[in-house]
Structure formats: structure tokens, C-alpha cells
Design a protein around this ligand. Structure first.
Ligand code: HGY
Ligand code: MN
Ligand code: MN
Length: 416
């Protein structure tokens, strides 16, 4: 006797077609996507997602941060909903699957339940979190952090991009600022399917990552100040080149991370040089150090070493080092009951799986602070992500979505 819904299968072709359809919006220049948050392309992607949700009979809620919540009713209207989703915004040179897979897999679950006329006691809400990437408006996972009460809405509204545009103004401009108070919604659970963005699953030949924990993150925005002078007529001994400070700190960050192997990573991905003129010695360089580890003590030790060592390295060459934390979250441990449901679903469905620590940050890391949360991961080719060549197979997408569906539906409780 099979348990109700035990043989549910998603429509893998429909999921893949939806991902490819979404990928047409905000195309990159090398086959990926550039659909950055709060751009016109983001607005277009949101509208397409909304149209699909409405076609699936869902009602859309929208909060003050532009977070989208597409609700499928349960039989018990008082039961807290099971949320499932991720993000539709991409990096400037992003792939087609980072975030999008998780949102559209949530939609595919609803589409499948509709096809099979399966009812659940708890409502199910498919979610798109605004500005997960944090590349245009730092920090990453901004709107899930506001939803979780970690960051203030008005502070988030005041974040500015490289052109000086404010988050709040851009959200209004694209017409996706909603009426709901952010964080008012209560959840029974939150699930997120995401590509691994690392090499482990593919290398081990595993279909599914059962995500038990995530790395914590620290984004330290550093400013090195020297003196802008003529690159031709200024004698070398007079120069105070902020660019040399960047070079020294870049090497320091790499060396610090190497000291804490195998549990630590560090790099500088964002750099703004001022005035960025070919014949002016850099007067100021602003850059962001990205440290990660799943061990909190390691994360804190790396930041401490940066703050102890960098000022002296810069002073030695006549430039000044200042820094402030602009992004942070501690290493999350996901909900053990939900993790077990994911693992059991993979087993039942015959998918190979391994427990995994998420190397990347996700909205689930913040929602995990306020509601029972977990993640499912699928492999990605060569572990490549945050690169337009990011690639997965339809089989990986379907396996991830199927395991996600069984864990979500078990949590939402099928009603006979
Ligand atoms: O930075 C991160 O880990 C996420 O991909 N935004
Ligand atoms: Mn992502
Ligand atoms: Mn990403």
C-alpha cells in the first residue's frame, strides 16, 4: 500500500521549459543572465513569474521589500503555510539556474499538485526574495534579512548602488513595492532548492545534496586612501599609491584563508578605484573582503587578523586603511526534522545523496533564524556558478525538484 502521494512525479520538461523561458529575460553576453535586482529586467522576470502563478490559480502577496508570495490554499486556512522558493535576481555575469531553479521548482510543485488534484492541509506559498545576490545593493540576502528582523527596512531602503541610486527608490520605480509589512507573515517551514555552486556533488556522482549546515559570511568593506597625483611627473619616492594598498590586502586575505584550511575561504571580488584615470595614481580604493567558514570561531579569527594586520601594511607604504562590516551572517544549522525529510525522500525516490555544507549564502540562511528551514541541492557542472557558463542537466533539476516536492508535501500534509 503506497502512502498518499508517494508516486508523485514532477513534470521535468515543464520545469526545464520554464527555466529556459525565464532565461530569455535579462540575457547576458555569453549565454547566461544579467537580471540584476530592481532593474527593468528584474521587473520583467517578476511579471512573467506572476503570470505563471496566476495561471496556476495562486494568489500573489507582495511586501514592502518586493518579496513575492504566491499562495496555494490548503484545506485548513488557519494552518501556517509551507513556504518554498529562492530568488530571481542574478549576478551581472550570472547563470540561468542560480536562484531561478528554486523559485520555479516551487511553482512546479504547485503545478504538479494541481494536475494530480492533491490537497494539503497547510497552504503552500511559492516565494521570490528580492535582492538575494547583493551585487547591486549590498549586502546579499538583503530582503530575507529584513524579513527575519536582522536588518531594518529603512536601512535597506537607503542602500545605494554604484550610480548612487537608492534601493527604496528603485523598488518604487519598477512598481514592485508591496503593501504588506515585511516580516508579518508566519511560516510552518521554509524550503529552498539551489544548485550547489561548488564541485562536490558532481565529483562524488551524487544526485542530491542534503544540506545540514551553511558557511557563515563576513563582508568587510575596506577603504585605502593615498594621494591622487600625476603618474608621469610625480617622483616614485613621493607617491602614496592606494592601489598598492589593495595589492597588499588582496594577498593578505588569501594568506589568512590559507591558514585556516580546509574550512575557510577568502577573496576580494568588488573593487572601485578613484578617480580610475589612466594617468592618475589611485587616490582611493574601496573594496570588499569576502570571508566564509562554517566554523564561527574561524570566521571571527580571520576578520580579527585582517583588522590587526592590514593597517600596518598600508601605513608602511604611506596609505591609510579603514574598514566597516557591510554584510554578515553566522554559520546556519538547518532544521533536523526537515533535513531528515529531505534525506528520506531522496532515499525513497532512489536518488543518491550526501550530506552537504552550503558554501554559498542563501535566503534560507536568514529564514532559518525565525522558522524551521532547510535546503536541497543539485549538482552543477564543474561546480561553476556566478559565471555565465553555469550549467546543470535537466535530470539534476528534476531530481532536485522531485525530492523538494516530497519533503514539502510531507510537511504540508496530504489530505485524502
Ligand atoms: O554570495 C552568496 O553566497 C550568494 O550567492 N549571494
Ligand atoms: Mn543564489
Ligand atoms: Mn548567487
Amino acid at each position: 500500500m503506497t502512502a498518499p502521494g508517494q508516486n508523485m512525479k514532477i513534470n521535468g520538461e515543464r520545469l526545464w521549459d520554464s527555466i529556459m523561458e525565464m532565461a530569455k529575460i535579462g540575457p547576458g553576453i555569453a549565454g547566461g543572465n544579467n537580471r540584476q535586482t530592481l532593474t527593468d529586467e528584474d521587473a520583467e522576470g517578476r511579471a512573467l513569474f506572476q503570470s505563471w502563478c496566476e495561471a496556476a490559480g495562486l494568489t500573489m502577496g507582495l511586501d514592502e521589500m518586493g518579496n513575492m508570495f504566491a499562495r496555494r490554499e490548503g484545506t485548513d486556512p488557519d494552518a501556517l503555510p509551507v513556504y518554498v522558493g529562492s530568488h530571481l535576481d542574478t549576478q551581472p555575469t550570472g547563470g540561468k539556474y542560480d536562484g531561478v531553479l528554486g523559485v520555479l521548482a516551487g511553482l512546479e510543485i504547485v503545478r504538479t499538485l494541481n494536475d494530480l488534484d492533491i490537497k494539503t492541509r497547510h497552504p503552500i506559498v511559492v516565494t521570490n526574495w528580492t535582492n538575494e545576490e547583493g551585487t547591486r545593493f549590498a549586502p546579499a540576502m538583503l530582503s530575507s534579512a529584513v524579513f527575519a528582523g536582522v536588518l531594518e527596512r529603512d536601512w535597506a531602503y537607503g542602500r545605494v548602488d554604484a550610480a548612487g541610486k537608492r534601493f527604496g527608490d528603485e523598488l518604487e520605480r519598477i512598481g514592485w513595492k508591496g503593501p504588506e509589512k515585511v516580516g508579518d507573515r508566519k511560516m510552518h517551514a521554509f524550503f529552498e532548492l539551489h544548485i550547489e555552486q561548488g564541485p562536490i556533488l558532481e565529483a562524488e556522482g551524487k544526485d542530491i545534496g542534503v544540506v545540514t549546515h551553511g558557511q557563515g559570511l563576513r563582508w568587510i568593506e575596506c577603504t585605502v586612501t593615498g594621494k591622487g597625483q600625476h603618474t608621469g611627473s610625480t617622483p616614485m619616492y613621493m607617491r602614496r599609491n592606494a592601489g598598492r594598498g589593495l595589492a597588499r590586502v588582496t594577498e593578505l586575505v588569501h594568506e589568512i584563508a590559507l591558514q585556516y584550511q580546509p574550512n575557510a575561504v577568502g577573496a576580494i571580488g568588488h573593487v572601485d578605484v578613484y578617480p580610475n584615470s589612466r594617468n592618475i595614481i589611485p587616490e582611493k580604493v574601496v573594496f570588499t573582503v569576502d570571508f566564509r567558514s562554517h566554523v564561527l570561531e574561524t570566521l571571527e579569527a580571520m576578520v580579527a587578523e585582517l583588522m590587526e594586520t592590514a593597517p600596518g601594511l598600508c601605513a608602511d607604504i604611506g596609505v591609510k586603511f579603514d574598514a566597516q562590516t557591510v554584510g554578515f551572517f553566522d554559520p546556519p544549522s538547518f532544521d533536523e526534522t526537515l533535513v531528515a525529510r529531505v534525506r528520506n525522500a531522496a532515499d525513497r525516490l532512489g536518488y543518491s545523496h550526501t550530506d552537504l555544507i552550503s558554501g554559498a549564502g542563501h535566503d534560507a540562511c536568514w529564514i532559518n533564524k525565525v522558522y524551521p528551514t532547510t535546503m536541497v541541492m543539485c549538482p552543477c557542472k564543474d561546480g561553476l556558478s556566478h559565471n555565465e557558463a553555469e550549467e546543470i542537466t535537466p535530470g539534476w533539476a528534476s531530481a532536485g525538484a522531485e525530492v523538494l516536492m516530497h519533503a514539502v508535501v510531507e510537511t504540508a500534509e496530504i489530505v485524502e
